[in-house]
Write a protein that binds this ligand. Structure first.
Ligand code: PEP
Ligand code: MN
Length: 262
């Protein structure tokens, strides 16, 4: 993953977008896939306003075992349907190496969640699967540990790794996490891998998502991944940080000029 191995940077193709290339990637979607109506409506809306990818969780790594755990494989199939309906490639989290095979035909990019960043068996499994991997930084991982986790995927012969900064645990409680934008220029110098920023989990607050997305792009991120929901107040997970549809449209409009200025 060292920058010296590919000084001009690696590009990872995801649908029509090349992460690490000229165009900014903009991936959006609900925290959890909840129903066909919810995911198809979200996919069609964000595709109309410039999204390059659709995210949606089916296997959810919830802090509480009593919270909604996701629709599982049924959610994966609904996400695929919404991806096909909107023309967007789909990104979803895998938590168990045993699920990779069943998910593989329906998924364009496997997300490794922050809680599983350093799970070697899972990293090896998505490495062997060969499809793009969105690797999220663990909430207490140093940048060196984060890059070493990416090496597990690369070592299986899968070069399609996208890093994702999603906030780290600090003493601050006004926000869910502290979005570490230092990571953007520092990781860019350390590695040749494309890097996206998740201001939804990075802040936990809807009102902070657009400002921090702009800041991430200004810092040099290759893309943004955000949570969007047709009705955040009724979301089964992460409603407080999910954008309403018109806010996604505003985000897309505001990122264009920032991306052109950097
Ligand atoms: C998510 O993307 O919904 C998620 C659970 O993210 P993280 O692993 O960064 O907490
Ligand atoms: Mn979430």
């Amino acid at each position: 993953a060292a920058r010296a191995a590919a000084p001009r940077g690696t590009r990872v193709a995801l649908g029509a977008c090349e992460l690490g290339g000229e165009a900014l990637a903009l991936m959006g979607g609900p925290c959890s896939v909840e129903s066909r109506e919810q995911i198809v409506a979200t996919a069609n809306y964000i595709a109309a306003y410039g999204a390059t990818g659709l995210r949606g969780g089916a296997y959810k790594p919830r802090t509480s075992p009593y919270a909604f755990q996701g629709l599982g494989q049924e959610g994966v199939l609904l996400l695929r349907e919404a991806g096909d309906a909107s023309g967007l490639p789909v990104i979803t989290e895998v938590m168990d190496p045993a699920d990779v095979e069943a998910m593989l035909p329906f998924v364009d990019c496997f997300q490794i969640g922050a809680r599983n960043m350093s799970s070697a068996p899972l990293l090896r499994a998505v490495g062997r699967a060969g499809k793009p991997v969105l690797l999220k930084r663990g909430p207490s991982a140093t940048l060196e540990e984060f890059v070493l986790a990416a090496e597990y995927v690369l070592l299986e012969g899968n070069p399609h790794v996208i890093l994702c900064e999603r906030g780290i645990r600090t003493f601050e409680t006004a926000t869910r996490n502290t979005l570490d934008l230092n990571a953007v220029p520092v990781l860019k110098a350390m590695t040749h891998l494309p890097l996206v920023v998740d201001p939804s989990h990075g802040t936990g607050r809807r009102d902070a998502v657009i400002p921090m997305a702009r800041a991430a792009v200004a810092a040099g991120a290759d893309g943004i991944i955000v949570e969007v929901h047709p009705d955040p107040a009724s979301a089964l997970s992460d409603g407080a940080q999910s954008l309403h549809f018109p806010e996604f449209r505003r985000l897309a409009e505001e990122l264009g000029p920032v991306a052109r200025a950097v």
